[in-house]
Design a protein around this ligand. Structure first.
Ligand code: MN
Length: 606
């Protein structure tokens, strides 16, 4: 048999790649009857960033989405993307959480589990693969493709053999960045399909404009399963178009057997859906070959762009692009995929913004260098490792071996907010936003009224400074944190949107009255003193305080950790710049801070 089978990623990766994972279940369901009739090998519908996006932005229950899709797609295999021991969160979970999550996903409707690890450390895949097999479902072991001195065809082939030995039902070759080129793909596919009997699935991205060529080369060299996206959500950072591949292979020995006419209807439907989400579109459509230059995936480029804009440091973006491959080399060339892409991106930003490489090191990089994410593909830089973790021992066991069971603790912590096991797992994945989601649900207040002031005291009624604004079904929390001077023709308003600082220019200000309390926080919104003394503790970049480790009158040594901040989803420890006595603490847990502010004052004495 040489038929080529298609997995359409329209309900997961296509919208994750093009509209920031924002497609709502209500826009998926009307297409399901038609999708179910196409005869795809599978539809990728769940996992990746969709779980996070459901809770964080869409205020949808991801488990309910899966239930509804299962009912609406009775004849098609449903597939998900799972980050091995990280599941759908950003840390390693204990084995009992992995088992519970996979059982729940299998019971709710997933047939095919595509399981990957950001470091290609197969120890991080084992529990998940075993759990999928125990549930009687299809376990697809994944090779994350990347390029580096440590990555070559032989290494990928040996990983494929290992995945086969671990009991996988198939193998996925995942080129999440769009780095593959046609000739390399052909060779790799030929070697892997000769080395194992397992079906090989190719997941490529159209980012650099090479996807169709890679898919054709793969097919010619023995690959019988390809991932594509229906045309309306294809191309650029997404995937090759389903219809194009069906047409290209029609009437050949590789014919997909899919009906091009039936696919047209699906494509037209999603063309209209896409219009609704225009605000989430990338401003860079079409082939983006920067990935071939910087090795930085397209999604990561756009993330860095918005993160640097928030830091007011967009002018340093080229420096950050140059720093990313350097940090990746220092860390032993991990593939850039969640969560390593974020870990490396944030450290590269710190290295550039502090003007001194590794003067500040995120906790995640420390954990990485301790071996807590798994084994790096190549040796890490010893000097960076020494600076980050000193003489601490590096673990050489499977990271999850150091974790004890967590489900009982999680059940207890979330208590009555969880109605079932799925809710407990929601909380496990995202302790903050998961819990908030469950709380909101229990308050039965999922959709706040548009433009409703928060709190209804006489003061806030006359001059509201906080709003929930619902735009296209998505609710934003707007807080006015300060304003420019009244007499200015263009008066800037400083506000946060979902806790992210934004500046808004308002031309006429008569209608908007801000109270005294708020004008006091004008121009940056801070009442903390500017840092002028060596004993003034500051942050390297804007962020949130997640822990205060000292109190007034404590004595500290130079280098004692005093605060933990979070920026770009990464935690950073801020250390005392000098030894002395703490004379003031200007921050509390949850505060947002800026680099020019004094957060803690230390008196160094004489
Ligand atoms: Mn992908």
């Amino acid at each position: 048999m040489t038929t080529v089978h298609i997995t359409d990623v329209i309900l997961r990766d296509a919208h994750q790649s093009l509209i920031a994972t924002r497609m709502r279940t209500e826009d998926m369901l009307p297409a399901c009857e038609r999708l179910d009739r196409i005869g795809y090998w599978s539809l990728e519908v769940w996992g990746g960033a969709t779980f996070d996006a459901c809770l964080r932005y869409l205020k949808e229950d991801p488990w309910q989405r899966l239930e509804e899709l299962r009912v609406a797609l009775p004849n098609t295999r449903l597939q998900m993307l799972l980050r091995g021991q990280n599941l759908l969160g950003y840390r390693h979970y204990s084995d009992d959480v992995v088992d519970a999550f996979i059982k729940q996903a299998a019971d709710t409707g997933i047939d095919v589990f595509r399981i990957f690890d950001a470091l290609n450390d197969t120890r991080n895949l084992k529990t998940a693969i075993d759990a999928v097999r125990a549930a009687g479902k299809h376990a697809q072991g994944t090779i994350c493709y990347t390029t580096s001195p440590a990555h070559n065809t032989a290494a990928f082939v040996s990983m494929a053999r290992e995945l086969a030995d671990m009991g996988c039902d198939s193998i996925a070759l995942k080129d999440m960045a769009g780095l593959m080129t046609p000739m390399v793909t052909g060779e790799l596919v030929r070697e892997i399909t000769q080395a194992t009997d397992l079906p090989l699935h190719l997941h490529s991205h159209a980012t650099a404009g090479t996807a169709e060529m890679c898919l054709l080369k793969a097919v010619e060299n023995g690959c019988r399963h390809i991932d594509t996206a229906i045309s309306a959500f294809s191309g650029s950072t997404s995937h090759a178009a389903t219809e194009s591949l069906v047409a290209a292979l029609r009437g050949t020995e590789y014919d997909t057997g899919l009906d091009l006419d039936a696919l047209q209807e699906v494509g037209l439907y999603f063309r209209d859906v896409r219009k609704k989400y225009h605000q989430f579109e990338n401003d860079y459509l079409g082939p983006d070959t920067r990935v071939q230059v910087y090795q930085v995936p397209g999604g990561m480029i756009s993330n860095l762009h918005s993160q640097l804009r928030e830091q007011g440091a967009l002018d340093r973006i080229e420096d950050v692009f140059a720093e990313i491959p350097a940090v990746r080399k220092d860390l032993g060339y991990p593939p850039l995929v969640t969560p390593t892409s974020q870990i490396i991106g944030a450290q590269a930003v710190l290295n550039v913004l502090t003007d001194k490489r590794y003067s500040t090191i995120t906790n995640e990089v420390k954990h990485y260098l301790q071996g807590r994410y798994g084994k790096a593909p190549a040796p890490v830089d010893p000097a960076v490792q020494q600076q980050a973790i000193g003489k601490e021992n590096v673990i050489d066991v499977r990271p999850a071996d150091l974790l004890s069971d967590e489900m009982d603790r999680l059940r207890e912590e979330i208590g009555e907010l969880a109605h079932n096991e799925a809710d407990v797992l929601t909380y496990a994945m995202f302790p903050e936003i998961g819990k908030e989601f469950l709380k909101q649900r229990s308050r039965n207040a999922l959709i706040p009224e548009p433009l409703e002031p928060v709190g209804d005291t006489p003061e806030t009624r006359t001059r509201p400074t906080e709003f929930n604004v619902t735009l296209h079904g998505e609710t934003y929390h707007i807080k006015v944190t300060g304003t420019g001077h009244r007499t200015l023709a263009n008066r800037p308003f400083y506000m946060t949107v979902d806790s992210v600082p934004e500046e808004v220019l308002v031309e006429t200000l008569d209608e908007i009255v801000i109270g005294e309390k708020d004008t006091a926080t004008a121009a940056g919104g801070s009442r903390r003193p500017r840092a002028t003394e060596p004993g003034h503790v500051t942050a390297s970049m804007p962020g949130t305080i997640i822990d205060v480790l000292v109190a007034v009158d404590d004595t500290v040594e130079a280098g004692t950790p005093v605060l933990i901040t979070e920026a770009m989803k990464m935690e950073t420890e801020i250390q005392a710049p000098i030894a002395g006595r703490i004379t003031a603490v200007h921050v509390a847990k949850g505060d947002t801070v800026n680099p020019d502010e004094t957060l803690v004052e230390i008196d160094g004495g004489q």
